[in-house]
Design a protein around this ligand. Structure first.
Ligand code: SAM
Ligand code: SF4
Length: 317
C-alpha cells in the first residue's frame, strides 16, 4: 500500500490488550483504566483476521503490543497464528519484560523473532516509582530470559525523563556492553491524560550524544531510531526523537487498538473500526485508514500534547 504522500505502508502494530500489570506514570493513570466490556474488544479470531487482511494489502511486519501483551492469556496462540499468516515475515513483540521468565521460550517457539523490552531505570526504587508497582528484579530477569531464549534481536527501550533518569544515561548505555542488546532512548511524548510530567521532563535525544561523546555513528537499519555504537559494545544505541526530529516523512505503519480501531496516525484522533467485521470489510477499512494517513502528526512538544485522544496503553506505542 502506498499512501497519498508516497509512503509505503508495510508495518502493523497490533495491540492485544489495554490492560497492564504495571502503571507507568507517563503511560496510564494510577487507577488503571475503565475496563471496557469484553464484547467491545477484538477476539483472537478477529485479530488474526485483521492480520490476514493487512497481509493481503502488503503488510509484512507485525508488532504485537498493548497494554502489556504478556498478561493476555492467549498470547502464545495469537503470536503463533499471526506468524503463520502468509505474507507476515516478521513478528515482534513489545513488553515490559516482567513476565518473560515464564514466556520467553514459548514466544520464540511461537515464531516471535525480535523483542523490545521497556526499562527506564536500573534502580530498584526508581523502577518502583515510575511503574507505580513493578519490581526491578523481575524486569532484569525478563531481559536475561530473553537473552537465554536466543531471539534474533533484543532492544531495551528507555523513555528519557528529565530529573528522573537522565543521570542514568551512561549506565543504561553500558547495557549494550554487558548484554547482546540495543538500548534505545525515546523522547517522552505528552499524551492525553498521563500528564504527570511537565515541560521540564522533556529531554531531547541530543542530550545522549552530549553525555556520551564516545558514541560513533553506525550503519542505519531503516528504522525510526538513529543508531550509534559504544566502543566494545555488543549492540547499538538508538535515539528515537519523535519531538525534536519527527520521522513522519518515512512513516510506514498503521496501528490497530485492542478495541478494534485502526489508527492511521499515533497522534491523531481519527480511527476506523474493524470490530465485528469479516476479512473483506476489514480490507476496505484498512484501505480507508491508509488513504487518510496525515502527512505528519501535527504539533507535538512539551507544550502541545498529543491529539491521540487515548493514553499510550490504549494504543500500543
Ligand atoms: N507494555 C509494553 C511495554 O511497556 O513495552 C508495551 C506497551 S507500551 C505502551 C509501548 C511503549 O510505549 C513502551 O516502550 C513505553 O515506554 C512507550 N511509551 C508509553 N508512554 C509513552 C510516552 N508518553 N512517551 C514515550 N513513550 C511512551
Ligand atoms: Fe504498562 Fe507498558 Fe504502559 Fe508501562 S509502558 S504502563 S508497562 S503498557
Amino acid at each position: 500500500m502506498i499512501d497519498q504522500y508516497g509512503r509505503t505502508i508495510s508495518y502493523l502494530r497490533l495491540s492485544v490488550t489495554e490492560l497492564c500489570n504495571l502503571r507507568c506514570r507517563y503511560c496510564m493513570p494510577e487507577d488503571g483504566i475503565c475496563k471496557k466490556d469484553h464484547s467491545e474488544m477484538l477476539t483472537e479470531d478477529e485479530m488474526i483476521c485483521a492480520v490476514k487482511a493487512a497481509a493481503f494489502l502488503g503488510i509484512h511486519k507485525l508488532r504485537i503490543t498493548g497494554g502489556e501483551p504478556l498478561v493476555k492469556k492467549n498470547i502464545l496462540s495469537i503470536c503463533e497464528r499471526a506468524a503463520a499468516v502468509p505474507g507476515i515475515e516478521d513478528v515482534c513483540i513489545t513488553t515490559n519484560g516482567t513476565l518473560l521468565p515464564g514466556l520467553a521460550e514459548g514466544l520464540k517457539a511461537a515464531g516471535v523473532k525480535r523483542i523490545n523490552i521497556s526499562l527506564d531505570t536500573l534502580d530498584e526504587e526508581k523502577y518502583r516509582y515510575i511503574t507505580r508497582r513493578g519490581h526491578f528484579d523481575e524486569a532484569l530477569a525478563g531481559i536475561e530470559a530473553a537473552v537465554a531464549a536466543g531471539f534474533d534481536k533484543i532492544k531495551i527501550n528507555a523513555v528519557l525523563i528529565g530529573g528522573f533518569n537522565d543521570d542514568e544515561i551512561p549506565r543504561m548505555a553500558e547495557l549494550t556492553v554487558k548484554y547482546p542488546v540495543d538500548v534505545r532512548f525515546i523522547e517522552l511524548m505528552p499524551m492525553y491524560d498521563s500528564g504527570e510530567f511537565g515541560p521540564s521532563a522533556y529531554v531531547p535525544g541530543q542530550k545522549v550524544l552530549d553525555i556520551l561523546p564516545q558514541l560513533s555513528e553506525t550503519p542505519q537499519d531503516g528504522g525510526v531510531a538513529r543508531l550509534y555504537h559504544l566502543p566494545g559494545a555488543q549492540g547499538n544505541i538508538g535515539l528515537i526523537n519523535p519531538l525534536s526530529r519527527h520521522f513522519c516523512g518515512s512513516c510506514n505503519r498503521i496501528r490497530i487498538t485492542a478495541d478494534g480501531q485502526i489508527k492511521p496516525c499515533l497522534h491523531r484522533e481519527a480511527e476506523y473500526s474493524i470490530k465485528g467485521m469479516d476479512e473483506e470489510q476489514m480490507i476496505a477499512q484498512i484501505k480507508k485508514a491508509v488513504a487518510a494517513k496525515p502527512e505528519w502528526h501535527g504539533d507535538l512538544s512539551s507544550e502541545h500534547r498529543s491529539h491521540a485522544g487515548r493514553n499510550m496503553n490504549q494504543i500500543g506505542g
